[in-house]
Design a protein around this ligand. Structure first.
Ligand SMILES: [Zn+2]
Length: 86
């Protein structure tokens, strides 16, 4: 699992998406993640979020963002693509 701190509240992938592009992951989006990724989210005290610009999915825990994958990413395409979870 990669850990990245975010300086400006923007995307942990450091794409062009500003903090305004960061949204909370919807129920529908969560249901499309892998089981292990959903477990990671359910065990976390943080909030699952998604960058609407690049599709990056991550959990925000304090000032740390845990990147877990991508859903419907502009580069990875439609569907779930895991960073570290299968
Ligand atoms: Zn992004």
């Amino acid at each position: 699992m990669s850990k990245k701190s975010v300086q400006n509240g923007g995307c942990p992938d450091l794409c062009s998406g500003s903090y305004k592009a960061q949204t909370q992951l919807t129920e529908g989006q969560v249901s499309r993640l892998s089981v292990s990724a959903r477990e990671r989210i359910s065990k976390s005290s943080g909030i699952p979020r998604r960058c609407t610009y690049c599709g990056c999915v991550y959990i925000r825990e304090g000032s740390i963002s845990w990147r877990i994958g991508t859903v419907d990413g502009g580069i990875t395409g439609e569907g779930w693509s895991s960073a570290d979870y299968s």
